[in-house]
Design a protein around this ligand. Structure first.
Ligand SMILES: [Zn+2]
Length: 401
């Protein structure tokens, strides 16, 4: 997720500008002659401005266009979810608040996100949107119109870009990339977990954050959890924060009671993110699943320093040569089930993503039994430290079966 989620967000923002800037431009041009170009554009835009769902579809189209953004499509439900519960809005607001100078363009975008997140019925959201339009200079409004048009073009829409726009604006996808690139996060120093909240509000303000120190007393869990993973081709990526193995759709699922989650990917943390009775183990592997409704469930297995692990050996033999590219080793087949202990007893709790934007609403199942990994294998993992510290339990309960 990580930087891709941010890219998705930025692209989404630019596309959302379509709606806001149409309103803005129509207001302005109502006092002037409405050009033929603008009529065509607004006819096109009319389809998009009404519902957020439609806008999302366009983002999905845009994502398909760009190989770089393909990865985000998989994570897009997280963005959708974040929109639905307003968490993303908080993150955007915090991100923008952290910037010394907020461009009018972003202000309009933020107003749009506010409006779309909180709904047109909310008078304070509408007022905030109007205010953002008032503050934004006309020039910036034009820029927003240009950005919106370019975004539509890049999403494959037949839109005439206004003559005034030519040369004024960088391409929106490049804009998104640059902006996304500015938000660095990591595990140490100024980018470390204690600073994540400066750019991602939920990381600091959330009350249901992961990981946790798993310590009793436990509530009795009545949930029935079953992992069904099959073997498939391996796609392995170093995304700058971890080593992640992306799973072929349909090759793995997790069933929690009667609800089914599809396995998307698994990735590693060093040391283990979870603590058991206050102690970390050598590493964790997190299996990330998503339901049809977009709800996430993470199955965590702690890796104990001991015997060499054959599956890890295959994985580490195929570590991507460099960051950011998905690497598909020839004829390499892996079964994620080989990283599970035979006894699937678990602890469970409601938590969050353990990386920015720390979105909540993620169900965690941490297996009580560990799997071995050798000391040399731990040492070969390219990240010395990529584990978020344990978070406050707050009002939550931890369950055990
Ligand atoms: Zn993880």
């Amino acid at each position: 997720m990580k930087k891709y989620l941010r890219i998705a967000l930025e692209v989404l923002l630019v596309i959302l500008l379509v709606a806001s800037s149409t309103f803005a431009y129509m207001n302005f041009s109502g006092k002037k002659h409405l050009s033929q170009d603008m009529e065509e554009v607004s006819a096109e835009l009319d389809e998009t401005k009404d519902t957020l769902d439609k806008t999302k579809e366009q983002l999905e189209e845009a994502q398909k266009k760009s190989e770089e953004l393909e990865e985000t499509a998989k994570q897009f439900d997280v963005v959708k979810q974040a929109f639905a519960n307003g968490v993303l809005l908080q993150d955007v607001e915090a991100l923008y608040k952290a910037q010394k100078v907020l461009s009018a363009e972003r202000l309009v975008g933020l107003g749009t996100v506010r409006q779309l997140s909180k709904g047109f019925e909310d008078p304070s959201a509408v007022e905030a949107f109007q205010k953002s339009l008032d503050i934004a200079e006309l020039g910036a409004r034009m820029q927003a119109v240009c950005a919106a048009q370019s975004a539509l073009v890049s999403a494959g829409k037949k839109v005439k870009v206004l003559a005034e726009c030519s040369g004024k604006l960088e391409k929106p996808d490049e804009h998104a990339k640059t902006a996304a690139h500015n938000v660095h996060w990591g595990y140490e120093g100024d980018n470390g977990p204690e600073h994540w909240g400066e750019n991602f509000a939920t990381c600091a303000a959330g009350k249901k954050q992961s990981p946790l120190n798993i310590v009793g007393p436990f509530e009795k869990s009545k949930e029935v959890v079953k992992a069904d993973y099959k073997e498939g081709p391996m796609k392995i990526i170093n995304n700058g924060h971890t080593i992640q193995v992306n799973i072929e759709p349909g090759t793995g699922s997790l069933t929690v009671n009667k609800e089914q989650y599809e396995l998307l990917q698994f990735h590693f943390h060093r040391p283990s993110e979870e603590q058991i009775d206050g102690k970390n183990l050598a590493m964790t592997v997190h299996f990330v699943h998503k339901s049809k409704e977009g709800k996430l469930a993470v199955l965590g297995v702690l890796l104990n320093e001991g015997k060499e692990n054959a599956t890890i050996k295959s994985l580490w033999a195929n570590l991507p040569p460099k960051e950011g590219e998905e690497y598909v080793p020839a004829k390499m087949i892996i079964n994620p089930a080989s990283l599970l202990p035979s006894d699937m007893s678990f602890f469970s709790y409601e938590g969050s993503l353990t990386t920015p934007p720390c979105t909540e609403g993620v169900s965690f199942f941490i297996l009580k039994n560990n799997v071995d990994i050798s000391k040399a294998q731990v040492a070969k993992f390219p990240f010395k430290l990529n584990a978020r510290p344990v978070q406050a339990l707050n009002e939550r309960k931890i369950y055990a079966n």
